[in-house]
Design a protein around this ligand. Structure first.
Ligand code: HEM
Length: 195
């Protein structure tokens, strides 16, 4: 049986262990052999580049999870009045948000132009362009809360109360809504809808 990526199912053959304690344990032999066969399968595929797309996809998802988590954290923490110390915490969340956005966009560009389906598949897909535009809109909108946190995080008294303009939470809410729509568009375009 062959997997999509060219590997074959590990076949269990008898094995012998020098370790006296496990010498008669066939279960140990099967585990050890299956593990080493799986490892060599993964290494084989890694060395000829077939897992690159999987790793890029995985990192795209990890970035998305982190990005959305940080957005939800900001949404929960944002109140009409915040202590300066809270703003410092929001600033830390915002830095992780920024790093994850870079990861998502970087891996997204690789999926588009580097690995996986040919770029032409995406270039001709209207839903893909809407998806990328919405991601860019989220990125641009996020500059406004980021600037607010950066401007208000410094000060002598960490307990000092800062007024948070209502538009900051509104922007974060809107970003969150867009981030919920984007995966739906991604799933559609990956299935070829919109080409
Ligand atoms: C500029 C930013 C982005 C680019 C260039 C980009 C590009 C891509 C590409 C080329 C794929 C592969 C689709 C396929 O399997 O054929 C993909 C998959 C995906 N992207 Fe993005 N992406 C970006 C941002 C985002 C964001 C912000 C999200 C979520 C909020 C997201 C969610 C997804 C999901 C869920 C998939 C998997 C779709 C599936 O396989 O069903 N992407 N992306």
């Amino acid at each position: 049986m062959h997997y999509k990526f060219g590997g074959s199912l590990p076949i269990l053959t008898p094995c012998f262990t020098a370790n006296f304690k496990y010498r008669n344990s066939s279960r140990f032999c099967i585990y050890r052999q299956t593990f080493s066969q799986l490892l060599s399968l993964v290494l084989d595929q890694l060395t000829n580049g077939m897992y690159t797309e999987i790793i890029v996809r995985y990192l795209h998802f990890i970035g998305i999870f982190t990005w959305v988590s940080m957005l939800i954290a900001q949404w929960i923490l944002l109140k009409p009045q915040l202590r300066r110390a809270d703003i410092q915490q929001l600033m830390t969340i915002d830095r992780i948000y920024g790093a994850s956005a870079v990861l998502v966009v970087g891996m997204g560009l690789l999926l588009w132009l580097g690995v996986g389906k040919p770029a032409a598949f995406y270039n001709s897909n209207g839903i893909f362009h809407v998806k990328v535009t919405l991601a860019v809109v989220v990125g641009i909108l996020s500059v406004i809360p980021s600037l607010f946190f950066a401007r208000n995080r410094r000060g002598d008294d960490p307990e000092e109360l800062i007024e948070v303009p209502a538009k900051i939470k509104r922007i974060v809410t809107f970003e969150l809504v867009l981030m919920l729509v984007i995966p739906f568009l991604a799933t559609l375009m990956a299935a070829g809808v919109g080409s």
